[in-house]
Write a protein that binds this ligand. Structure first.
Ligand SMILES: *Cc1c(COP(=O)(O)O)cnc(C)c1O
Length: 416
């Protein structure tokens, strides 16, 4: 069970709305920082442990800056994400560049920044060598295929487009060693939104076994393994968060057993979570603008799937709080809907909620990752502002809302 409480009061939000109209995303700095510290602490036994925040989850420079201050790096997979990291001063090996189907210019940029380049395919060894020369440090993404069970969001590894097969890993490291690469890492990313702590322990176990085999056969020394991201969050109140201390301790046991005193020693452990870093600490704040009673009861809000597409796209559950009505009986059943001309533009279906009136402020929980980031402009919907609720209780605008002019900026009306 997780307590879906809010880091702000109704009065606070009403004051914020006077300045920044709904809909907007608001992030809780205190929550993000405390959580970041907890993750680091759970793995502090590993000398060199680092979390590379998956920028795609919340690509806002102010969020990245805050995470940089907590000692995090950035996991990037595109030009824009590389530039965003650079602007925040996250450069060099504080960037992990894990891309796929990568164009030349992105490898050039990643190499210029001194990022750790994590190849997704064996043919990219030649590709990078030609485009910009192989870097001194190289990492490969491992796709274990049928050797590892699947997970709902990423799916079965053997159906996933990512990574090297096990055979290709051996071949790839051999080639890189022959071409003078000096430093090596091994990466995998096989799950997303996974709540079972054992899954992560198993992943590290698998990586350590493969790292041993490669070390023995190819004769290289690994500097790090990157176990990927994918730690889930309890979107539903009845779910439990992943126990980070438990996962940290279990993985420490594995390192004691399989790393200490072996050819792998010393070995740094990296992670690249997105969702669990910011997800629970971001909220989409919207207003009820319409009530409709036909075959079902509908509450229309001023946000839409363009602000948060997870419910419409995956049927994902996002908890909803009606501000000021937290303690009222949830004796109504509503579909809470946005205004897109798409019937899947629904934040909730058949949800038990207190009676809602026009003007009520509705908070959609766990929108801090893959929320604003997945926003789009269908139906001419404008992307909303992002606000940061600071530790001192103040509010900072960290991205303004789009305007109609922004939306039309790529059109030339003068030739009509
Ligand atoms: C999306 C992604 C992540 C982060 O995944 P979460 O589920 O948000 O933790 C990490 N690494 C790679 C390569 C990704 O594509």
């Amino acid at each position: 069970m997780v307590d879906k409480k809010l880091p702000f009061t109704k009065e606070q939000i009403e004051r914020i709305i006077e300045k920044y109209p709904t809909p907007f995303h608001i992030y809780d700095e205190k929550g993000i920082r405390e959580n970041a510290k907890r993750l680091k602490k759970a793995f502090s036994w590993n000398d060199g442990f680092k979390e590379y925040f998956a920028v795609k989850a919340t690509p806002n420079p102010y969020i990245l800056k805050l995470l940089k201050e907590e000692g995090f790096g950035a996991d990037c997979s595109s030009m824009a994400e590389l530039i965003l990291s650079e602007k925040v001063g996250i450069v060099g090996e504080n960037i992990m560049f894990t891309s796929n189907e990568t164009p030349e210019y992105e490898y050039v940029k990643a190499k210029q920044l001194g990022a750790i380049i994590n190849l997704d395919d064996i043919t990219h060894i030649d590709f990078v060598d030609k485009v910009c020369g192989l870097p001194e440090l190289i990492c490969f993404r491992y796709n274990p295929g049928p050797l590892k069970g699947g997970n709902a969001i990423i799916g079965k590894p053997e159906e996933a487009k990512y990574g090297f097969t096990k055979e290709q890993l051996f071949e790839g490291y051999k080639i890189c060693k022959e071409r003078g690469v000096k430093r090596f890492g091994l990466h995998t990313m096989v799950a997303s939104n996974e709540l079972d702590p054992e899954y992560f322990v198993d992943t590290v176990n698998m990586l350590l076994d493969v790292a041993h085999e490669i070390t023995n056969e190819v004769g290289i020394k690994f500097e790090f393994i990157n176990m990927g991201g994918g730690i889930g969050i309890p979107y539903r109140p009845e779910q439990n968060p992943v126990d980070l201390e438990y996962v940290g301790n279990k993985i420490k046991d594995l390192f004691d057993k399989k790393v200490k005193g072996t050819k792998l020693d010393p070995l740094k452990l990296y992670m690249e979570n997105g969702r669990m870093i910011t997800g629970p600490y971001g909220y989409l704040v919207t207003k009820a603008i319409h009530k409709k009673d036909i075959y079902k009861k509908y509450i229309g809000v001023d946000a839409s799937m363009a602000n948060l597409m997870r419910p419409g796209m995956y049927g994902a559950y996002h908890h909803i709080t009606v501000l000021g009505k937290e303690n009222e009986p949830k004796d109504m059943v509503y579909d809470v809907v946005g205004s897109l001309c798409e019937n899947n533009d629904k934040f909730a279906i058949d949800r038990n909620l207190p009676e809602i009136e026009r003007g009520d402020i509705i908070v959609i929980h766990d929108a801090g990752a893959h929320g604003h980031a997945m926003g789009f402009n269908y139906n001419g919907k404008l992307r909303s502002a992002e606000l940061l609720l600071k530790e001192d209780g103040g509010v900072e605008l960290i991205r303004r809302a789009e305007t109609i002019d922004d939306l039309f900026a790529t059109l030339d009306f003068s030739r009509l």
